[in-house]
Design a protein around this ligand. Structure first.
Ligand SMILES: NC(=O)c1ccc[n+]([C@@H]2O[C@H](COP(=O)([O-])OP(=O)(O)OC[C@H]3O[C@@H](n4cnc5c(N)ncnc54)[C@H](OP(=O)(O)O)[C@@H]3O)[C@@H](O)[C@H]2O)c1
Length: 285
């Protein structure tokens, strides 16, 4: 049930924490945010997803990475957490804009090292292709950062099969992070999720319970509610268990701004969908 990240020897609990809600609009105060991170780790989480751009706007760029770094100091003794971050987006006046220029990625990575207070970043993900920069130039810079030891492994995000293939020509790719949940199945339909499994790439579904606002739709989906009631669990756990059942290479990263949310989400590993006669995906188009 544990997940191995791509071709690495890093093994983690199958549910990670998506830390974005702790730093964007409507974020909780610092005390609550740190409590969410500590609660996640206490519940078994060993993988935390962040990004330099998880903040309100460019004036507090790096907020989420600094928050996680601070929270790491309050973890139970011996806790092992893999922190995956990303570069390639900026937040001018709160907008989300791509910047995949090699020199920008290098600067972003070096800033992330300082924010996280580490010598090397275990998993560095290119956040989203920048249409104004050749994709291979951006990935080439990540390959150089890897050669220099500033990052150990490279992941991609918001990509399609062509991006993955092009990147793999340049550097080993250990993860792909794309939007995927019971109500958004693009990578299942395109075959990218399966392709990642066959290629030994960890597939990290983001917004796995529907997204920051979209998660409120899940309780309204009758099939999910029925399955949840039948399994004495939450609709969120059913949605996460559904993703976990898509393959041993799938590592969902539910977000949380409340400790109770992530404490519930980790229970998805105990929700066995095999005994359900139908796949909720078929009825929740
Ligand atoms: N690569 C990318 O471009 C990209 C884009 C989006 C997200 N991400 C990553 O993916 C992570 C997850 O995505 P997301 O945060 O957008 O959406 P999400 O995980 O689908 O939904 C997050 C929201 O769902 C609620 N929630 C989650 N589990 C719950 C549970 N068991 N019970 C009740 N409520 C629950 C949380 O509510 P509360 O806030 O009340 O706790 C949270 O705000 C992000 O945090 C980020 O790390 C990456």
């Amino acid at each position: 049930m544990r997940r191995v990240i791509g071709s690495t020897n890093i093994e983690v609990f199958p549910i990670g924490l998506g830390a974005m809600p702790l730093s964007i609009q409507d974020r909780p105060d610092k005390e609550q945010a740190e409590a969410v991170i500590v609660a996640a780790v206490e519940a078994g989480v060993e993988f935390i997803d962040t990004a330099n751009c998880y903040c309100i706007d460019n004036t507090d760029f790096g907020h989420n990475e600094r928050l996680i770094s601070a929270a790491m100091k309050n973890l139970p003794r011996g806790a092992q957490v893999t922190i995956a971050t990303k570069g390639g987006l900026t937040r001018p006046e709160g907008r989300w804009e791509t910047d995949g220029r090699p020199e920008s990625l290098r600067r972003a990575c070096e800033q992330s090292l300082r924010n996280l207070d580490v010598d090397t970043i275990v998993l560095y993900q290119y956040h989203a292709p920048d249409s104004s920069v050749p994709f291979t130039d951006s990935v080439g810079e990540l390959a150089r950062l890897r050669e220099e030891g500033k990052i150990q492994h490279v992941g991609l995000s918001n990509v399609d099969r062509h991006h993955v293939d092009a990147a793999r020509e340049i550097v080993p790719i250990v993860s792909v992070q794309n939007r995927c949940h019971v109500l958004y199945k693009h990578d299942l339909n395109s075959g990218l999720l399966d392709y990642c499994g066959k290629a030994g790439i960890t597939y990290i579904p983001y917004s796995p319970v529907g997204g920051g606002r979209g998660h409120k739709r899940l309780p309204q989906v009758a099939t999910l509610s029925e399955i949840a009631a039948g399994h004495d669990t939450s609709v969120y756990c059913v949605a996460l268990a559904w993703l976990l059942h898509k393959g041993q290479h799938v590592l969902p990263i539910p977000g949380a701004s409340r400790a109770a949310s992530i404490a519930d989400s980790v229970k998805a590993v105990r929700c066995d969908l095999i005994d359900i006669g139908h796949d909720p995906v078929e009825v929740t188009r």
